[in-house]
Design a binder for this molecule. Structure first.
Ligand code: BG6
Length: 463
């Protein structure tokens, strides 16, 4: 009873733009991520411009992947979540023919993973898209993006159909509400009307690509990916409970459309009351209704609180929320709430009745090397231990959980702030915010700990 299911997938999750570097190699085009050298949180950034930054080299996974995959294997991974950079395959997004050099690169990665018996789990779009699509089409504001994304998905499904059997469409699709440039290629000051219109196009694309995956690779599974931003009511005042319901609906809306195949009533009401009019083609709703993801995946870092009193809100890293007096915070102010993971798993399973996959969870922290040259990251061990214990509780509650891929098994560039110093890894990478460092890899204390957890299928967790 102390272990996870016998076919549980254990591993880590990375994203192309945060690990690969090589931003202009092999005919890769510039992506939206390449235009955000300081991360998605550059304050009040309304126009982007390209300057060189830490992501240009990142941790050079582009060249060092054999060593990194070897280290993942040593930890016992049977699964690696990674993303394909759309700009390696279609540098401008609207070409008729794909870039062979980009396709060949991912062939090498998938072959290396296969040689180590690690199953690739691929996100089609993890916080990046060709920047040329923003310049020439206004990003997902244009319906044309649906066709471009379909073409890209079809290309990689056909190419890798014998190598990749687990797919995700858009990373944290609900984040477009908070970071529209990163999510849908709109400027950060875009209004809700524009953002929801772009999201509609993305949801149609999601449905088309889910169906396409089922046609091209009948034995594959394809899921969605949500930022699991669960909100508690700040108090038991029914007004706070309703505030929490509204906050949660903001992100559940995406899962509802991707799973149930229709716009929920609460969203139609919101659009009506906010005067938001979504332009649709005749068969958009038919397309959306025709597709349902095979499983729900999500990231989980923190829970939030919602209050009917707007004065309670604090400005946060990405998402504003009401502080929870019962929880501690990470060095970046993210609330640490392992039990929230159990609550979220039960909640999502109950709502959707589909298998779930935790595709991101981890602690971003400043690591120090001691005089023996070791990194004793007990705080990371504690964080992950406590979250995994709660994930296991949810399994005991009856939740069907496919796997766990911790975020950033190797140090990488953080997404929101483009820092190397916000480290998540079991593997340390010698690279720093100023761009210095040898890029050498080193095992942290958590490396052996995670190895043990995987090897015992969770039995070694401290309960
Ligand atoms: C998720 C993203 O939001 O959280 C990742 O899918 C990101 O890309 C991760 O890296 C952690 O956030 P950050 O800002 O600490 O890198």
């Amino acid at each position: 009873m102390n272990t996870f299911p016998s076919d549980f997938l254990w591993g880590g999750a990375i994203a192309a733009n945060q690990v690969e570097g090589a931003f202009d190699y092999d005919k890769k085009g510039l992506s939206t991520s390449d235009m955000l050298p300081n991360g998605i949180l550059s304050p009040h950034q309304t126009r982007v411009e390209r300057t060189s930054g830490i992501k240009d080299v990142a941790i050079d996974f582009y060249h060092r992947y054999p060593e990194d995959i070897q280290l993942f294997k040593e930890m016992g991974f049977n699964c690696l979540r990674l993303s394909i950079a759309w700009t390696r395959i279609y540098p401008n997004g609207d070409e008729e023919e794909p870039n062979e050099a980009g396709l060949a690169y991912y062939d090498k990665i998938f072959d290396e993973l296969a040689a180590h018996n690690i199953q690739p789990f691929v996100t089609l779009s993890h916080y990046e898209m060709p920047y040329a699509l923003v310049e020439n089409y206004d990003g997902w504001a244009s319906r044309k993006l649906i066709g471009f994304f379909e073409r890209y998905a079809n290309t990689v499904f056909e190419r890798y159909k014998n190598k990749v059997k687990l797919w995700l469409t858009f990373n944290e699709i609900n984040m477009s509400l908070h970071a529209p440039f990163t999510g849908v290629g709109l400027q950060e000051d875009a209004n809700e009307q524009a953002i929801y219109q772009a999201i509609h196009h993305q949801l149609v694309a999601n449905a088309k690509v889910v169906n396409l995956c089922h046609q091209v690779i009948p034995d594959a599974k394809i899921g969605n990916m949500l930022l699991g931003a669960i909100n508690y009511p700040y108090t038991c005042n029914p007004d706070d409970v309703i505030a929490a319901m509204h906050e949660n609906n903001k992100w559940l809306f995406f899962g509802d459309v991707q799973t149930r195949g229709q716009y929920p009533g609460y969203m139609k009401r919101y659009f009506r009351e906010q005067n938001i009019h979504i332009e649709m083609k005749d068969d958009d709703l038919v397309v959306i209704a025709s597709a349902s993801v095979d499983f729900i995946s999500f990231s989980y870092y923190a829970s939030g609180c919602a209050s009917a009193d707007p004065k309670q809100k604090e400005v946060g890293n990405i998402v504003d929320s009401v502080p929870n007096p019962y929880l501690e915070k990470s060095q970046w102010g993210w609330l640490i709430d392992p039990k929230g993971l159990r609550i979220l798993l039960n909640f999502l399973h109950d709502r959707y009745q589909k298998p779930l996959f935790i595709v991101e969870n981890g602690l971003g922290a400043r690591d120090q090397t001691n005089s023996n040259g070791e990194i004793q990251d007990d705080y990371r061990i504690d964080y992950l231990n406590d979250h995994l214990v709660q994930a296991h509780e949810a399994v005991l509650d009856g939740v069907e959980l496919m796997g766990f891929t911790s975020w950033g098994p190797i140090d990488l560039v953080s997404n929101s702030t483009a820092e190397m110093s916000k480290r998540y890894g079991f593997i340390y990478v010698d690279r720093h915010d100023d761009g210095n460092g040898t890029l050498q890899r080193k095992r942290k204390k958590s490396f052996k700990w995670y190895q043990q957890v995987i090897c015992t299928n969770g039995a070694s967790l401290k309960r």
